[in-house]
Every structure is written in structure tokens, then in C-alpha cells.
Write a protein that binds this ligand. Structure first.
Ligand code: GLA
Length: 401
């Protein structure tokens, strides 16, 4: 009897520890992060400005909730081993900034790493996971991005589960973003540990380049990252998302068309939408892309189904995403370098989603076509769709029942 009781207690205890705090990311998280534009060049003043701009630009209203302070914010440990905040960047301390962010109706994201040092060489959490989680909680963090630099010889599921348990023990619900670049196939083991996991190395702000950083590591353009999402859609869903990395909309060499296509494809992928541009200088076009609520509604659809691609000849791809209530999102994507004219007969093929067993059948039902970038109804699926798409651009539609 005692043995039975002990086993029961042990199972219950382990089971409690094995849960991440759920229901925090039932749709893909949205926010803004320091890294893509600023890397280590930020301080409390800049982050306050970004928080203000998220509100005044309308981005907060569109759903961008987390202000994420990426690498380079930690100071040395104090005499008791607690993490301190880099006093040069945060002369008033991070708690003040956190309160300010919360007072603006936003949430705070912080960053650490499973090694002793972050990628930027700053203090990280190895061996101090439970202590650090307490510090994140005291600072009022609502989100933790946990990186994978300097982790040679560490077991990835174990390291991420340790921080998950530490966050749980700190008793402040935080979205847990696992940033191990897909090295250990986190889609196979991450759902019970984190709310999102990076599927690739870092994105960089170009359409189709690979940046080799002097042979040390690679970062990848938008098309390179897109290709690496193949085969992963079955692993994503409410509370556990594939993360193809943050947005480069409005950054680097991306044209407006390319930024729009990048954003649209991330919405079709049900990807986290974490902007990474300088909000002080963004163009009207960039803001319009980032705040297109109809496109965002595709990303944030409550079914949480990651879209899929049917490759077509001549660089034209068609992407499909089943939506709540029987609607579908459909994206025609021109990968080519010349404008492409599509003639699409909706009634010719029945589209089957083998993962969710849903079906788009335009013979059985006629849908209204809503163009999500023009923001108007354009036709129905009873007629052949004829449209010309600029190079590296998209036609993004919602098929309404
Ligand atoms: C890694 C991550 C990036 C960013 C940097 C910070 O490269 O993948 O997203 O957090 O570290 O140094």
C-alpha cells in the first residue's frame, strides 16, 4: 500500500513538473524584438521609445503585445549568484522599464541562453536556471527566449525542460520560446516544453542570400528560411508553434513586394509575428504591411493550422491554410523575377489537407474571394481567377463560405 502511495505521489509530482504553463500562446505570439535591427546597440531609452511607438503606430492594436529585450541585457552575477542587469544600458534598472511597458498595455520579453554565456558573451543561465527564472519573474517578464550558444555537450531536451520547470517554479506565467535553431529537431520533443521553437538558424534581411559570418555560422534570407519549413507543419498547433524566426519586414535589402510576401508567407505558416525593424523610421508601406489585420487574422486563426504549399511550374506557388468555420486562406506566390499571370480554375482540383483531413472543394461549394491586401471582395470561386502578380509578390485571398 505504502509502495503504491509513493509511486502515485512520484508520478503526480513528475507529471506536475512536466507541464509547461499552458494556454499562453494559443495563437502564435506577436511582438517586437531588439535583435534584428539593434543587436547590442540598445538601452532603456530606446526600448521605451519602441514601446511608445508600438502603441502610437497602431501595432499594439493590431496584436503586437511583447516587447522583447534580446541578448546583451544581463550583467554579472551578484555575491549570491543572482543575475544582475547591465547598468550601462539600464541605469534605472529593468524593473522600471518593465513597469513602463506594462503601463502601456504591453508585455515584457527577456532573453537568456542554456550555456554559461549568451551568443553575445553575456551572463547566461547554465547552472542557475531556477535562480534566473526567479529574477525574470521578479522583473515582470511575460516571455522568455532561451538561446543555444555555448552549449557543447549539453542535452537539448534536458536543458529546455530544466528551464521550463524553473519558470513553472517561479510561478509567473511566461511564454517559453526555445531558440535552438532546429539543431536537435525540437518539433519532435518541444510541444510539452515550450510554446514555440526555432526551426532554423538566424534570418537575415535579404530575399535569398546566405550570410556566412566569416565561416563561423550562417544566417539565411527569407527564401532560404522558407524552404527549411518543409515537412514540419504537422508538429505545430495551438500552444506549440514552429518558429521560422523573426520578421525582417522593412529591413535590409527587402523591397516592399518582398516584405509583403515575407509577411504573407509567415501568416500562412502560422508563424510567430515578431517584428524586428526600427519603429522610429519605418515607412508607411512597412507599417501597412505589419498592421494588415486581415492578414494577421489568417496567422492568428484559432484552429492554428500551419498552411501548406502546392508547388506549381514557372516559379508560381499556391499555398493553402484551412481556417476556423470552413473558410480557407489561399496565397498565390510569384517566386520568379518576372511578373506572372495566373489563370486559376477553382473547380478543377479538390485540395486535400492530409494532416487535418480537411478539403477545399469548389465544385460542391462556391466561396467569395476576398483580396486581403486590396481589402475588398473581388469575385467568387465560380469563375476562373485571372490576375497578374509582380515578381516576389503575392496575391493573398480569404475564401469565405
Ligand atoms: C542567436 C539567436 C538570435 C539572437 C542572437 C543574439 O543567434 O538565434 O535570434 O537572439 O543569438 O545574440
Amino acid at each position: 500500500m505504502i509502495k503504491l502511495l509513493l509511486t502515485f505521489t512520484l508520478v503526480v509530482t513528475l507529471d506536475c513538473q512536466a507541464q509547461k504553463v499552458d494556454s499562453l500562446a494559443l495563437t502564435p505570439p506577436m511582438g517586437w524584438n531588439t535583435f534584428n535591427t539593434f543587436a547590442g546597440n540598445f538601452n532603456e531609452k530606446l526600448i521605451r521609445e519602441m514601446a511608445d511607438l508600438l502603441v502610437s503606430s497602431g501595432m499594439k492594436d493590431a496584436g503586437y503585445a511583447y516587447v522583447i529585450v534580446d541578448d546583451n541585457w544581463t550583467g554579472p552575477r551578484d555575491s549570491l549568484g543572482f543575475l544582475t542587469v547591465d547598468a550601462n544600458r539600464f541605469p534605472s534598472g529593468l524593473k522600471d522599464l518593465s513597469e513602463y511597458i506594462h503601463s502601456r498595455g504591453l508585455k515584457l520579453g527577456l532573453y537568456s541562453d542554456a550555456g554559461y554565456k549568451t551568443c553575445g558573451g553575456y551572463t547566461a543561465s547554465r547552472g542557475h536556471e531556477f535562480q534566473d527564472a526567479l529574477v525574470f519573474a521578479r522583473l515582470g517578464a511575460d516571455y522568455l527566449k532561451y538561446d543555444w550558444c555555448n552549449t557543447e555537450g549539453i542535452n537539448a531536451p534536458g536543458a529546455y525542460a530544466t528551464m521550463r520547470d524553473a519558470l513553472r517554479a517561479a510561478k509567473r506565467p511566461m511564454v517559453f520560446s526555445m531558440c535552438e535553431w532546429g539543431n536537435n529537431k525540437p518539433w519532435l520533443w518541444g510541444a510539452g516544453i515550450g510554446h514555440l521553437w526555432r526551426t532554423t538558424g538566424d534570418i537575415t534581411a535579404c530575399w535569398n542570400c546566405i550570410d556566412d559570418h566569416g565561416g563561423k555560422y550562417n544566417s539565411y534570407g527569407v527564401m532560404q528560411i522558407l524552404e527549411k519549413q518543409e515537412g514540419l507543419r504537422a508538429y505545430a498547433g495551438p500552444g506549440h508553434w514552429n518558429d521560422p524566426d523573426m520578421l525582417e519586414v522593412g529591413n535590409g535589402t527587402l523591397t516592399v513586394n518582398e516584405s509583403r510576401a515575407h509577411f504573407t508567407l509567415w501568416c500562412m505558416l502560422a508563424a510567430p509575428l515578431i517584428a524586428g525593424n526600427d519603429l522610429r523610421t519605418m515607412s508607411k508601406a512597412t507599417l501597412e504591411i505589419l498592421t494588415n489585420k486581415e492578414a494577421i487574422a489568417i496567422d492568428q486563426d484559432s484552429l492554428g493550422i500551419q498552411g501548406f504549399r502546392q508547388t506549381q511550374p514557372d516559379s508560381l506557388e499556391i499555398w493553402y491554410k484551412p481556417l476556423q468555420g470552413g473558410d480557407w486562406a489561399v496565397c498565390f506566390f510569384n517566386r520568379g523575377s518576372k511578373a506572372a499571370t495566373i489563370r486559376h480554375d477553382w473547380r478543377k482540383d479538390v485540395i486535400r489537407d492530409d494532416v487535418t483531413m480537411s478539403e477545399l472543394n469548389c465544385v460542391r461549394r462556391t466561396y467569395v474571394l476576398r483580396d486581403l491586401w486590396k481589402k475588398k471582395r473581388i469575385d467568387t470561386t465560380a469563375n476562373t481567377l485571372v490576375s497578374t502578380i509582380a515578381p516576389h509578390d503575392v496575391l493573398m485571398l480569404r475564401l469565405e463560405k
